[in-house]
Design a protein around this ligand. Structure first.
Ligand SMILES: Cc1cc2nc3c(=O)[nH]c(=O)nc-3n(C[C@H](O)[C@H](O)[C@H](O)COP(=O)(O)O)c2cc1C
Length: 295
């Protein structure tokens, strides 16, 4: 996980006279190359006395080299538009800049968050997710189970706008997922192996955590939950998890989650096979208790 030194350099400042008011505009440049090579973010701030009334952020990863537009000139263009609107009709401009709060999360904060990554709602991963939930409740913890296949989550389009604000361009169920992970102390991912990696709907959720990673990088270090990976696959041999585990570890690492334990079950294909393995439920239960106690 990357942590940045915060260095903000003032590119320019200027004043805008409108009616009897003087507004101040500042353009700042920040070097994000510790996160991604050559990434630069520009922040335009409009200030009225000591109050910030408008913010525009943009970074150079948003712009294709094939398009004759770049981050710095976009910021200049927005500055010109703001200045013109302020001079013409300051009241309308200020009303249009009122900040809107994001909608509240519909998921209640829980101590344990379980992501059940299989599209089969009654399959092996689902049974493991149920074992985890039962154990966590037995330990007196609140639990939320997230089923990516049932959610409305748009795939990441790589626009990198999340590095401007720490939030995603898409306003869908992913906001609730991130908020749930953020408030948890244990994150458990239960996933089958699909073509050596995770199923598509879980991969979409993982990629969309880029915005969560951006928020952590922008806001700074925080104490993330611990991570537990429970994997299942149809073929015989632990080698079948050789891609699944690094994918899930990379996901957790990117959002500051320390992977504390794994449990990988091979040679399990039919929907409820896993329930017939002697002692497995107790092993999962034991891992959950251990991780909850160590907090
Ligand atoms: C599309 C698809 C791809 C799969 N790819 C693999 C694979 O690469 N290796 C493997 O061992 N099992 C593979 N499997 C088998 C599943 O991992 C196995 O059936 C597992 O028990 C499914 O878990 P679930 O019951 O939680 O859905 C695949 C299954 C499907 C449907």
């Amino acid at each position: 996980m990357v942590h940045m030194e915060k260095t903000r350099e003032l590119v320019w400042s200027r004043s805008i006279e409108s009616d009897d008011e003087t507004y101040l505009l500042f353009l700042y440049r920040e070097d994000f190359s510790a996160v991604f090579p050559h990434m630069i973010r520009y922040t335009l701030l409009l200030q009225d006395k000591n109050e910030i009334i408008a913010i525009f952020r943009t970074n150079n990863y948003e712009y294709s080299p094939t398009v004759p537009l770049d981050a710095e000139s976009s910021a200049h263009r927005v500055a010109e538009e703001w200045a013109e609107s302020l001079r013409k009709d300051p009241l309308s401009f200020l009303a249009s800049r009122k900040m809107h709060l994001p909608p509240a999360s519909t998921l209640l904060p829980s101590a344990v968050v379980v992501i059940q990554g299989s599209p089969r709602s009654d399959g092996n991963s689902s049974i493991m997710a149920q074992w985890v939930s039962d154990a966590a409740r037995e330990a007196g913890k609140t639990v939320s189970v997230i089923f990516p296949d049932d959610l409305n989550i748009h795939h990441c389009i790589g626009c990198y706008r999340c590095f401007n604000t720490g939030t995603c361009t898409f306003d869908d169920d992913m906001g609730d997922v991130i908020s749930a992970i953020q408030h948890s102390s244990l994150l458990v991912v239960c996933s089958p192996v699909y073509t050596n990696t995770v199923p598509g709907s879980l991969k979409i959720l993982i990629d969309r955590c880029q915005a969560y990673q951006a928020a952590i990088v922008l806001v700074g270090r925080f104490k993330g939950p611990r991570g537990l990976i429970l994997g299942v696959c149809g073929r015989r041999g632990s080698d079948n998890f050789r891609c699944l585990v690094p994918v899930l570890e990379a996901f957790m690492e990117n959002v500051g989650i320390k992977v504390a334990s794994h449990l990988l079950v091979d040679d399990v294909d039919e929907s409820r096979d896993i329930a017939t393995i002697p002692g497995l439920k107790e092993e999962v239960r034991g891992k959950v208790f251990d991780l909850l106690e160590k907090r």
